[in-house]
Design a protein around this ligand. Structure first.
Ligand SMILES: [Zn+2]
Length: 361
């Protein structure tokens, strides 16, 4: 498995930043030229590469060619009418251009970056941070890296690798629901992240893009990471959750969450939470089972009756049989049941018998 982490290059002095800026402009120009060539001829010939007069060295041109081919391929897969392929703003450089070294003084690491001036690479110190330290010590750092510029600041993106754990053969199955008042409720009725609303309110009160605002965002991210770690992944074999991480913008759940978050939490990072859960599951050898999010919060767990009015904020009360429960818990149990049904279907078609049993049935 792989993880990419971002590091600030804010310690680069003005000269070095200028140097990076020049490199970026030239590199972008060449990648875009390559993309134009690929767009019109579907091919980048060696002759074209050699004849192209520019400030990039031949090796850098090869690197730009590789990236242009990548961008072109992905553009071909998701073609949109009237759009041409363009450089995406991040320079993907291999180990000939980017080299990371451990620092000896107060700076944690150094990165050596080849620039337009041949034989004169720049060296920029950068700091690791709490979350990244584990990756530096326990994971293998991939060679090379990516350089991106965000709002006038340069960042280095490094990729770390570790062998993926084999998925577990035994363990429990749980369903989880993601909510507004509590970040997560699992099918055992356990609630996680009850302070999320407070943190979101705090973000809301700050002036956007102020230092305090950014600090509050960081606090929220830290809280999300911390909360996800509380999930009982050690004893779990399969975790069932709704498939909202994908860009299925029109599902009912998505709409409901959006509506609730829009009023109160503008900066909701729902995809971030999903991503953290999936990453942690992967790291623990836990299967992630995604189910369709339709009606999980409106369905009665007892009688199966589906109605919009079954759910009233945090309370679920069935209009048919009167069953009442915490709305998120009810949803997480529905999610679990859908996951178990999905597994049974797959197992049925594959004639396998070791399907998980719902703990409540
Ligand atoms: Zn009912």
């Amino acid at each position: 498995m792989k993880r990419s982490l971002k590091f600030s290059l804010k310690f680069a002095n003005i000269e070095k930043q200028k140097s990076l800026g020049k490199l970026f402009i030239e590199y972008r120009k060449i990648v875009n030229l390559f993309l134009l060539e690929l767009f019109s001829k579907n091919n980048l010939s060696e002759n074209y590469l050699k004849s192209l007069d520019c400030q990039l060295s031949y090796r850098y041109k090869q690197c730009a060619k590789r990236q242009a081919s990548k961008i072109f391929k992905s553009w071909c897969r998701n073609k949109k009418k009237g759009e041409k392929p363009i450089f995406d703003g991040s320079m993907i450089l291999d180990e000939r251009f980017i080299e990371v070294q451990k620092g000896k003084n107060s700076f944690d690491y150094w990165v050596k970056i080849a620039t337009l001036d041949k034989g004169k690479p720049i060296i920029v110190p950068f700091r690791s941070y709490n979350y990244a330290n584990d990756y530096f010590t326990k994971w293998k750092l991939d060679k090379g890296g990516r350089l991106v510029k965000n709002a006038n600041s340069w960042f280095l993106i490094l990729t770390f690798e570790k062998e993926t754990l084999a998925k577990k053969e035994t363990g429990k199955i749980i369903g989880i629901d993601i909510g507004v008042k509590k970040l997560i409720v699992d099918s055992n009725g356990k609630e996680y992240g009850k302070d999320i609303e407070k943190l979101m309110d705090k973000i809301q009160r700050k002036q956007q893009n102020s230092k305090a605002f950014k600090r509050a965002l960081k606090e929220r991210d830290y809280y999300i990471n911390k909360t996800v770690k509380e999930l009982p992944l050690k004893e779990t074999k399969t975790i069932v959750m709704e498939n909202i991480g994908d860009i299925k913008r029109n599902t009912k759940k998505e709409k409901r969450l959006r509506k609730e978050f829009r009023s109160k939490f503008q900066r909701w990072t729902y995809p971030k939470l999903m991503c953290r859960i999936r990453q942690l599951a992967e790291a623990n050898g836990v299967h992630c089972l995604l189910i369709s999010p339709a009606y999980t919060s409106q369905t009665c767990l007892k009688c199966g009756f589906v109605h919009k009015l079954n759910r009233n904020g945090e309370i679920f009360e069935c209009r048919n049989c009167g069953y009442a429960a915490d709305a998120d818990w009810n949803a997480s149990l529905n999610i679990l049941n859908l996951g178990i049904a999905q597994q049974a279907m797959v197992a049925g078609s594959m004639k396998i018998n070791n399907v998980d049993k719902c703990p409540l049935n």
